[in-house]
Design a protein around this ligand. Structure first.
Ligand SMILES: Cc1cc2nc3c(=O)[nH]c(=O)nc-3n(C[C@H](O)[C@H](O)[C@H](O)COP(=O)(O)O)c2cc1C
Length: 180
């Protein structure tokens, strides 16, 4: 299965991005996971540039999503909400077909951020019936370095949780393929 793992944080030492990178390493051999932590490359959304006037970066992002079987999204909470860059990326895709039915699940690197998670669940279930709120991986990695995060995620109980999360995502993809 080809998975695109999108981080809502552009921060160099982001805990969410580090978590996604280690998930990619743990999945390696079974699944191909590509991490995208550069949503800042997308211009600010305006409906005036949808359709034929679509910016090239947005088209590339849409193509990237189409080329993957499933999405994992991991994001910090900013001011009790979804970070602007992540919401902006979703806004660009909302009138298009790439997210429709796309299997996706949330991962989260903090014990905090429940307001953002509630909003993201609402937004993702609005844009895709492939979003599964029940498949959720949450591991508290707040204030840890990427090296510490990698070590924490490789503890047997966390690796097991990651494999279970990926297996459930695989089931989402299998179910969507059977329906489609
Ligand atoms: C601008 C800004 C706003 C934030 N607002 C909140 C917030 O409302 N609630 C919260 O729990 N954390 C808030 N935080 C903290 C981040 O959500 C938290 O540090 C998160 O773990 C960072 O994720 P990252 O390591 O992937 O960048 C905020 C951080 C920033 C930079």
């Amino acid at each position: 299965m080809k998975i695109l793992a999108i981080s809502g944080s552009g921060r160099q030492a982001s805990t969410n991005t580090a978590m996604l990178r280690t998930i990619a390493a743990i999945a390696c051999g079974q699944h191909e996971v590509t991490v995208d932590s550069d949503l800042a490359r997308l211009p600010v959304f305006t409906p005036d540039r949808e359709g034929d006037a679509l910016p090239a970066e947005v088209l590339r992002f849409a193509d990237l999503i189409r080329a993957h079987d499933a999405l994992i999204i991991a994001s910090p909470e900013y001011v009790r909400a979804i970070p602007g860059g992540l919401k902006n990326a979703i806004d660009w895709l909302v009138s298009r077909e790439e997210l429709v039915g796309k299997p996706m699940a949330l991962a989260h690197a903090s014990h905090r951020g429940n307001d953002m998670l509630a909003q993201l669940r609402l937004v993702l279930s609005t844009v895709s019936d492939g979003f599964s709120p029940g498949n959720f991986l949450r591991i508290d990695l707040i204030n840890m370095t990427p090296e510490q995060i990698d070590a924490r995620l490789r503890l047997p109980e966390n690796t097991q949780a990651i494999h279970a999360f990926l297996a459930a995502l695989y089931q989402q993809v299998a179910a969507s393929t059977a329906v489609g």
